[in-house]
Every structure is written in C-alpha cells, then in structure tokens.
Design a protein around this ligand. Structure first.
Ligand code: ZN
Length: 175
C-alpha cells in the first residue's frame, strides 16, 4: 500500500465523512434524536462495506446500528455476529461520535462497535467522527474512553461541523 501523507489521509477521511453525511440527509428529521449517517469502509480494498442512517431500519435505530445490521443481514448473520465478516482495516465513519448511553434502553452504538471484536476477529479498530455529540439529550459522551480502552482509535476530523450539525438537528426546535 502507498504511504499516504497526513493531508491525503485527512482528505480521504473527509470524503468518506461527506458520503456519511449524504446518508444522514435521508434520515427523517425528528425532535428527539439526531440525523446521523455512517459508512463502514474496508480501507485495504478501498471498498464500502455498508452504510446506514438514523431510523433507516425499523424501530428506534441509529446510523451505526443500521450500518452493522445491514452488513450482518447481507451475510445471513445477526448483528451481534457481524464481527465475523468485518475485514482487518475496516474503519467506521460516522457524522457524529457514537452514542455510549441510550435513554430508550437500546444497546448503545459504542457497545455494538466493541462487540465486533469477536473471537479471532479484530472487528472495527478505528472510528472516524465528524462532530462530538452535543450535550442535549445525554451528558458528556464517554464513548471515546470506552473505545480507546478497548484499543480502538477514535479520530475527530474537522471541516464539516456546520453541515453535519445542520443535518443532525434538522427536526429540532430552534432556540
Ligand atoms: Zn447510537
């Protein structure tokens, strides 16, 4: 693989985040959540493995959750087994950092990412986010620490914040 300069790397991250943002715009705006988009990329083959956005699948579903569930379903697996089909070097791009607690009681996306490490399968080792989660519905997001503690790199790439937040909060009342 070519050695990438930092700038090329950042441009690559930004192009995948823009793609994730294009999926976020498909999410139906609601006052109670953020419209987020996610893309799972095999960075070795430069191939998009799956995509997702908030409320894409039935139920109160999040973007990362939809992304992982769709990949699992394609392979005839349950989401909790999706780690089996995630190749080494897979990077999860998400417009907003993954949730670590859910008021609905559903499994937070951070836990869904952590459980992709399954047996000998390394799972997702890198998460790239466009913005931090605003502290509107839950307090400070401690997901980054949970992921870092498990050896997963969490990168925040700046440059798309205002577009990402405009899409994410489309259904919220303006203050
Ligand atoms: Zn989530």
């Amino acid at each position: 693989m070519d050695r990438k300069t930092d700038d090329e790397q950042i441009q690559r991250h930004l192009s995948y985040l823009r793609l994730a943002l294009s999926f976020a715009t498909k999410s139906p705006p609601k006052p109670t959540n953020y419209c987020v988009g996610a893309v799972l990329v095999d960075t070795v083959r430069n191939e998009i493995l799956s995509t997702g956005y908030t409320l894409e699948l039935e139920g109160n579903t999040h973007a990362e959750q939809c992304c992982l569930t769709k990949l699992a379903n394609k392979q005839g697996l349950q989401e909790e087994e999706v780690g089996k089909v995630i190749p080494e070097g897979a990077v999860l791009y998400t417009t907003m950092e993954p949730c670590w607690v859910r008021l609905s009681g559903n499994l937070p996306c951070v836990q869904r990412i952590l459980r992709t490490k399954l047996g000998e399968h390394a799972g997702i080792r890198t998460v790239v986010c466009g913005v931090r989660e605003p502290e509107k519905f839950v307090n400070e997001n401690h997901g980054r620490k949970l992921l870092n503690d498990a050896g997963i790199a969490v990168l925040y790439v700046s440059g798309l914040e205002s577009d990402i937040l405009a899409v994410a909060t489309a259904g919220h009342e303006k203050e």
